[in-house]
Design a protein around this ligand. Sequence first.
Ligand SMILES: N[C@@H](CCC(=O)N[C@@H](CS)C(=O)NCC(=O)O)C(=O)O
Length: 214
Amino acid sequence: MAIPTVYGPAYSTYARTVRLALEEKGAAYKLEEVDLFKGETQAPGHVARHPFGKVPAFSHDGFSIYETDAIARYIDEALPGPKLQPTDAKARARMNQIIGVIDSYAYGTIVGKIVIERLVAPIMGRPADEAAVAAAMPVAEKSIAALEALSSGEGPFLVGAQLSLADLYLVPVFGYLMGTPEAGKLLKDAPRLKRWWDNISKRPSVAKTQPSLG
Ligand SMILES: N[C@@H](CCC(=O)N[C@@H](CS)C(=O)NCC(=O)O)C(=O)O
């Protein structure tokens, strides 16, 4: 069977979720770099893979797909290795809810604004847009409070006793958030998430997919 290909830059949070899923399944894969800062996501070759010009896109065995959620579930269901989705209906719904909160509220504020202004703006040689950071904080705070409330707090993972796609969605967001000065304020009332990060950040898959922005 062919080795899957992930299209996207190593620094992309969503591409990292896909790579984490592959690492946790123990699957070999190729990463074909598509650099969004160089405009490569808008090149015709990439738009043919992803009509919205985003990353990641994915192909395996002649099958092409985009949208992280669909890719991650495909990886879990098509490839051998440990299951990344709980079978219990309530636990699965909780995992889906956490992914929905990250997609709809956390990503756009924490990554799309705070991380971009604190970590990417300096690389691009411009000052952080403090107004954009301040405007993002209320929804970022609400997102962290929601994720803290939704995490089970019973073990090392967000949902139940097993690693799930919910963990693999939040790792890339935290990986960047922890490098910003806003992390202290955002996590001050989130002991479960801090404990979760202390544990999960030691996994080999997290080390192997560590991005570099510079
Ligand atoms: N709904 C998409 C979102 C993917 C996404 O927003 N990826 C970011 C990088 S992490 C991206 O391509 N940003 C470039 C842009 O929005 O132009 C998914 O789940 O895959």
